[in-house]
Design a protein. Structure first.
Length: 112
């Protein structure tokens, strides 16, 4: 089962090959701050509950949350088409964010 703590851990991304029974192929990713970095495996899943968020701030004295997804899972071959599509969205998004951060920091430190 995928598990994240403050946006870091593993998570399912993508949906392919839906069937009448409600199952579909998804890929489990290693994520950091919710950004998929590395595909681990693909699975045929049937969702049995919505994503759950649990707040443990009362234990730690700070905001700590983790999320989990509940599915019936069956292993499937890694779906490279799905991996390519996730990277096609993630890479331009991350590059744009890095470029914007670079521009903001350059303007900030030019006047210092």
């Amino acid at each position: 089962m995928p598990y994240t703590l403050n946006g870091t851990g593993t998570r399912y991304y993508g949906e392919r090959e839906h069937d009448i029974g409600g199952t579909y192929i998804t890929t489990k990713w290693i994520v950091i701050f919710g950004i998929p970095l590395l595909p681990l495996s693909s699975w045929r899943v049937y969702p049995i509950s919505e994503e759950q968020t649990v707040d443990h701030s009362h234990f730690h004295g700070r905001d700590v949350t983790h999320t989990g997804q509940a599915f019936h899972e069956q292993p499937a071959p890694l779906n490279w088409r799905q991996v390519r599509n996730v990277y096609a969205v993630t890479i331009p998004l991350v590059c744009t964010l890095i470029w914007l951060l670079h521009k903001a920091l350059t303007r900030l430190f030019v006047f210092v």
